[in-house]
Design a protein around this ligand. Sequence first.
Ligand SMILES: Cc1cc2nc3c(=O)[nH]c(=O)nc-3n(C[C@H](O)[C@H](O)[C@H](O)COP(=O)(O)OP(=O)(O)OC[C@H]3O[C@@H](n4cnc5c(N)ncnc54)[C@H](O)[C@@H]3O)c2cc1C
Length: 368
Amino acid sequence: MAVLEQAPQRREIGAGIQISPNAMRVLAQLGLQAALGEVAKAPEAIELRLGSSGKTIFSIALQANAERRWGAPYWHVYRPDLLKVLDTALHARAPDAFYSGWQVNTISSTEERVHVTATDGRKIYGDVLIGADGVHSTVREHLFGIDAPRYTGNMAWRAVVPTAQLRNPPPPTACIWTGRGRHAVTYQLRGGALSNFVGVVEQAQWGDESWTQAGTREQALADFSSFHPLIGDLLTQADAHYRWALLDRQPLPTWHEGRTVLLGDACHPMLPFLAQGAAQAIEDAWVLANCLAHKHRDQTSVERSFADYTKLRLPRTTRVQAESRANQRRFHQPDLAYWPLAIAARLAPKAMLARNDWLFGHDVTQAG
Ligand SMILES: Cc1cc2nc3c(=O)[nH]c(=O)nc-3n(C[C@H](O)[C@H](O)[C@H](O)COP(=O)(O)OP(=O)(O)OC[C@H]3O[C@@H](n4cnc5c(N)ncnc54)[C@H](O)[C@@H]3O)c2cc1C
């Protein structure tokens, strides 16, 4: 096995990630729960609040429910910490598998093998090629031709701040703050030592070559000036204010050809409004590994494994892509629009929990 990574060093951006029970179950099966538990923060609830006043629209208790109802914890992790845990596990199992500074450039296949050449001319071959190379995937382009991802009309701010620096830290929950044409998400990391901010703003044009660019504190504060002072405090205390263009694509009808297959954002990039992009990539990886396990390596068997994998995964990721998109409308409404939801949550709290069963309760480690 070889993991080919274009970055010269193993690095992750300094931002948080929510790992929901459907993905945590896979990581637990891989024996990573204890290591992740040391660096994670378990949110007490998933909350929806009005961005303007901070008033709670609904709150779904997690600590009592995540493991009991969905079979695994719901955790928040600092991305560099997650990478370290994955890296240590990979090194323990396959110490020579990771190739950094290896940018896949061209791909060619025969009946027996798939050959890959790096931009610096190095070559490697294997039985199969798994393109887990993100939204700008080279492997996808090789399989299905050039097809630029769609700018969704949303950009995201990201910041992480030591919680001790904040006068008014975010609640110890996964908290979504609604607003007109924008929303924010706050949560804590590393047992509460860090506070994470994601702020999404509708913006018709991106208009820049790069999908990531540095912004300023003043721009970020202006975008969230109508929000609760807690958000302003977070943005004031943050050292760096980066902006991301949020991209997605329409679902693909198929994810494979010959000995090459796609996984994660390479085949189903999605808006982060359900916090599921990485979770779905983790589910994909488990299912793909299962479909390939113990099979022969002739082309027909490989293609059959890939077809099984796509059949198992495509309907689910298509639904998650669509629900992620729908959350833009759900989170970007005027304050008054949330009262029916607030009343429904009060009258039927169990129904609020049950609405998440299809997502968090899905167990790829049990499914065939
Ligand atoms: C603001 C924001 C918040 C988010 N929050 C969450 C969350 O809370 N929970 C969640 O589950 N998801 C979240 N996501 C989504 C998540 O970050 C992505 O879905 C996830 O990183 C996709 O993983 P991937 O492995 O498919 O692709 P990537 O993470 O993009 O990884 C692709 C890798 O391939 C490498 N690569 C690319 N091209 C080549 C090449 N030619 N040769 C070699 N290597 C190459 C890249 O360097 C990179 O390391 C969020 C996204 C955003 C933007």
